[in-house]
Design a binder for this molecule. Sequence first.
Ligand code: SF4
Length: 187
Amino acid sequence: MAKIRLAAPLQTDSIVDGEGLRAVVWTQGCIHNCEGCHNPETHDLKGGYLEDIDNLKKDILALEHHDGITLSGGDPFVQIDACLEIATFCKENNLNIWCYTGYTFEQLMIMNKHNKQIIKLLEQIDVLIDGKFILAEKSYACPFRGSKNQRVLDVKESLKANKAVILKKYRIQEKVNLNAYDELVFI
Ligand code: SF4
């Protein structure tokens, strides 16, 4: 039976891990080692615990009133095949997919040359929050992100354009030298 390494059981009723009411799959394992990471216990590639994907699917099917699933961690792209199976299952059950990764979209496209499963997973994802958490870029003014360098990408449009396309309503930049809460500039 196929398994996924998780850091925690499926978290339901989240409103901070993407738009709408979401359930979060906390994958275990991350190689990015970002300074200031909030979830260092999720880094160990052999940490957490192994869960049958079928059990996770049962938990997902039992969700009520949820808009979608968020793949987080850890880095879901450490477990591409398992996340692809879960993401495909979610889409078949009308749940949208947000995904956090420490890789940039551009890095994933390069990695895809060696592992075509990456593009298959991207094709199932609606919104990708990409890039490492950078402590010096930390901001509380970026919805759903920890640091200003991270982007909220429209994956379908990004794949079509073959370059990172930020979801229109998230095309905002904080003015430098201003308190992050003071002003947002639309670009
Ligand atoms: S990518 Fe995310 S989980 Fe991994 S070290 Fe960076 S902040 Fe932590």
